[in-house]
Ligand binder design. Structure first.
Ligand SMILES: C[S@@+](CC[C@H](N)C(=O)[O-])C[C@H]1O[C@@H](n2cnc3c(N)ncnc32)[C@H](O)[C@@H]1O
Length: 247
């Protein structure tokens, strides 16, 4: 089982603001904030956390999602393989009901990780491309949820399974493969839909750079997103929100 690229995550954890978990660039861009608005809107429309719930924020990073979740539930366990991310998360999310923990090695269940009401794993599975670790992570999710508990993942997925000769930026997991892996573990997929396709609409790297640097108004990006969504075209590569419920 190959190790997670922990040193990469330890390094980017020190970047300012949300760039630590979205852009990996030394400035927090407008793009990072735009993506976060989109992500939280999608998560909020898919999940209905209740005040008594126990949640796991898996691969919590600096706490971008924990911060949204903590005021809505009884308890959040925030796990990450990177000690530097956890250190940042502790400083940025000092909520009394959040426990931060560094994950050493592949995830394993313990008494605090049973009968959970929900798990969020936002932009995490897309980084676990090792098949064995991916399988171990999904087994862990299935074991940690109570029956009826929900898993909410958001990942950049390919519409079709990438071929070996695909360019490196397309060597992500195919959407069908990810959904099938969930179903095989008794995690019934309730929703799977793209949340942001602006990068694909823009297409050109130069234009994308302009957006990232905040030189194109956010409204223009949002309008493009909306126009694309209206045409209901499934993009080749997109951020896909997946919600599954444990049988
Ligand atoms: C792109 S960041 C996303 C962080 C957070 N979920 C968010 O949406 O802001 C990916 C995070 O996943 C963590 N990570 C990578 N591989 C992991 C693994 N195998 N298990 C748990 N966390 C992992 C990284 O350390 C990093 O903090």
């Amino acid at each position: 089982m190959s190790a997670s690229p922990r040193s990469f995550w330890d390094e980017v954890a020190r970047l300012p603001g949300l760039s630590a978990v979205t852009d990996y660039e030394p400035v927090e861009t407008c793009w990072a904030r735009y993506l976060t608005v989109l992500h939280l809107r999608a998560i909020g429309s898919a999940l209905a956390p209740r005040p008594g719930d126990h949640y796991l924020d898996y691969g919590c990073g600096v706490g971008r999602i924990t911060r949204w979740l903590a005021p809505r539930v009884a308890r959040v366990l925030a796990l990450d393989t990177s000690a530097a991310m956890i250190e940042e998360a502790r400083a940025r999310c000092p909520f009394a009901n959040v426990e931060h923990r560094v994950l050493e090695g592949p995830p394993a269940s313990d008494a605090s990780l049973r009968e959970l009401d929900g798990i969020v794993a936002i932009w995490v599975l897309q980084h676990i491309l090792d098949d064995e670790l991916f399988a171990a992570t999904l087994d862990f999710f299935a074991a940690a949820l109570r029956p009826g508990g929900v898993l909410c993942c958001l990942d950049r997925l390919c519409r079709e399974e990438p071929r070996d000769e695909a360019p490196s930026y397309l060597r992500l997991r195919g959407r069908a493969r990810q959904l099938d892996a969930l179903e095989r573990r008794g995690l019934r997929v309730l929703r799977a839909e793209p949340v942001s396709v602006a990068e694909q609409v823009l297409g050109s790297p130069a234009l994308t750079r302009l957006v990232k640097r905040g030189r194109l108004p956010l409204a223009a990006t949002a309008a493009l997103d909306l126009a694309w969504a209206r045409r209901q075209r499934d993009p080749f590569l997109a951020d896909v929100l997946v919600v599954a419920s444990r049988a």
